[in-house]
Write a protein that binds this ligand. Structure first.
Ligand code: HEC
Ligand code: HEC
Ligand code: HEC
Length: 463
């Protein structure tokens, strides 16, 4: 007679369930890591030059004013990726900007933001990058910046000046959602890398936290709680909706880098995280752009009707776009979607231009950039596609249609010249550091000569 042995039954149960529990824990960890990677938007940069290539394979060139910085392969390939990284080495790359070879990374890799990532998040991210991503056995081209930016050692001094110590410090007295929001905004989603202006040495200026900054021709607008130039008139629900979908009727649409942030990252975040970010952002002290003195105009202006036909298609009909008359250009290239009087479509799928942050703010860069590059984005709700007209319209025409739009629907004090369009197409004004570099090099060279002369004099003194 076989005796029932509870101990061995328990033992078998344990034997079977322990690995199962471990595997499930591991799957959970990898899934959490995938969420962190989304929230921190690793894939925005660590992608292939072709948008549909394998995730994290790198090779994408990030335009910086210093030149193109190539994103690394961070798949688990042992030869070309980070397959040999330990968790500590990943933590050092993320928080200190130092890779496993001990090289200094350029701050195009946003380690100044990731420095605040928690151990638990890095642990999950490590599990995901090593086990949840397919290894891609492919090298990326080297980054080749001009002298002196090719000297990675320079970053040692830069880090000394501008890299805060690792770790997250919540604002004193902040509630749980507010500090979660601050953690997400500052350390995972790195909003400040685009929205905070940079100082002379290209580091984010803490005095101007989230106050709006130029970004390769675009403007990442002021997102502090200022009522005139920031988000002071947005509700938490508005902001959550915008971050998730990339559009907010009669306020703003996400194009350029913001469209990418929505598409790759923000649309995947949980409502509770989006809520935390929105409530934190609305608590950020207001900063006002010096040129913004009056509230942004939000009223719809009555528009004189033109005798031109409105196109009915879903495409810009450029048949009538050879001239330089802004009204004609608008009617042929824009009106079929945005309406003759700029009111947009009834469902707001084609947005209103008279209630639009890229026309009624203090700068018209985003209007010009949207015309040149169009708007492409997949949000949590729908995909939008405004065609890029940069190849069909020349600089004079773009200036003409932009000025007509500003005069008719937007801030009439703004105006755009063909030279402005040409400069924005090239990525906007270069930063002062770059403009000053030739002079700095001459000064450094002269100082070097002076030192050599001094040494020469000194060695001759005894003779
Ligand atoms: C805004 C762009 C950007 C984002 C976002 C970004 N990276 Fe990077 N990363 C880069 C660039 C560019 C480099 C190469 C920098 C260099 O050559 O100095 C890099 C380098 C690295 C390296 C060093 C690779 C090596 O061995 O040299 C690691 C590791 C890394 N990134 C991990 C990540 C992870 C993980 C995330 C998400 C949490 C992330 N990165 C998000 C741009 C980015
Ligand atoms: C890669 C750069 C980049 C990152 C990262 C980024 N933004 Fe933006 N953001 C932009 C740009 C550029 C615009 C302007 C888009 C346009 O007008 O089409 C913008 C627009 C916005 C707007 C609309 C403001 C207005 O008045 O029109 C909000 C709100 C916003 N961003 C919030 C955020 C938040 C919050 C984060 C972090 C979770 C973030 N952004 C991260 C570049 C970025
Ligand atoms: C084929 C339809 C179509 C045409 C033609 C078109 N647009 Fe758009 N436009 C869109 C769509 C779609 C969006 C994005 C809506 C969204 O983000 O939800 C958009 C967005 C915009 C925005 C907001 C961009 C931002 O960054 O905030 C502006 C400004 C704009 N269009 C101006 C124009 C102008 C000026 C023209 C003519 C030169 C034009 N559009 C032609 C469909 C069109």
């Amino acid at each position: 007679m076989a005796l029932f042995n509870p101990c061995s039954a328990l033992f078998t149960l344990l034997c079977i369930s322990l690995p199962a529990v471990a595997a499930e824990d591991n799957a959970n960890l990898i899934e959490r890591g995938a969420y962190i990677a989304r929230a921190a938007d690793c894939v925005a940069c660590h992608r292939t030059p072709a948008a549909d290539g394998p995730a994290m394979a790198g090779g994408y060139a990030i335009d910086s004013p210093m030149g193109a910085i190539i994103a690394s392969n961070i798949t688990p390939s042992k030869q070309y990726g980070i397959g040999n990284y330990s968790e500590q080495q990943l933590a050092d790359a993320l928080r200190k900007g130092i890779n496993a070879k001990g090289q200094y990374l350029y701050p195009a890799m946003p380690y100044t933001a990731y420095r605040g990532m928690s151990d638990a998040d890095i642990h999950a991210l490590y599990a995901y990058l090593q086990n949840g991503v397919k290894a891609v056995e492919q090298a990326v081209p080297p980054t080749q910046l001009a002298f002196p930016f090719n000297l990675r050692q320079l970053m040692w001094g830069w880090n000394l000046l501008f890299l805060d110590p690792p770790g997250f410090t919540a604002k004193p007295g902040a509630s749980e959602p507010l500090s979660r929001g601050q953690y997400l905004v500052d350390h995972l989603a790195h909003c400040g890398t685009c929205h905070t202006p940079r100082n002379l040495l290209m580091a984010e200026d803490p005095q101007q936290y989230l106050a709006g900054a130029p970004l390769g021709g675009w403007i990442a607008p002021n997102i502090t709680s200022d009522k005139v130039s920031g988000l002071g008139n947005w509700s938490e629900a508005d902001l959550m909706h915008f971050l998730k979908t990339g559009h907010l009727t009669d306020k703003a649409q996400a194009a350029g880098g913001m469209a990418e942030a929505v598409e790759n990252s923000l649309r995947y975040l949980t409502d509770s995280d989006l809520h935390a970010m929105a409530s934190y952002l609305l608590s950020v002290p207001a900063r006002r752009a010096s040129q913004a003195t009056a509230p942004v105009r939000r009223e719809v202006k009555p528009v004189a009707m033109h005798s031109l036909e409105t196109g009915q298609g879903d495409q810009a009909s450029l048949a009538d776009s050879s001239g330089l008359d802004g009204a004609r250009l608008y009617n042929s290239a824009c009106a079929s979607c945005h309406g003759r009087d700029g009111q947009g479509s009834a469902d707001a799928f084609y947005p209103s231009l008279s209630q639009n942050s890229s026309l009624n703010g203090n700068q018209a860069n985003n209007l010009v950039m949207a015309i040149v590059h169009g708007v492409q984005r997949q949000g949590a709700d729908l995909a939008v596609n405004m065609p890029a007209l940069g190849a069909d319209l020349n600089d004079e025409q773009i200036a003409a249609v932009a000025n007509y739009s500003l005069q008719t629907f937007g801030n009439p004090q703004l105006s755009i010249s063909a030279a402005d369009v040409a400069s924005l197409r090239k990525g906007g004004e270069p930063p002062l550091l770059l403009k000053a570099m030739p002079y700095l090099l001459i000064v450094a060279g002269l100082l070097g000569l002076l030192v050599l002369y001094g040494i020469w004099r000194w060695t001759r003194r005894g003779k």
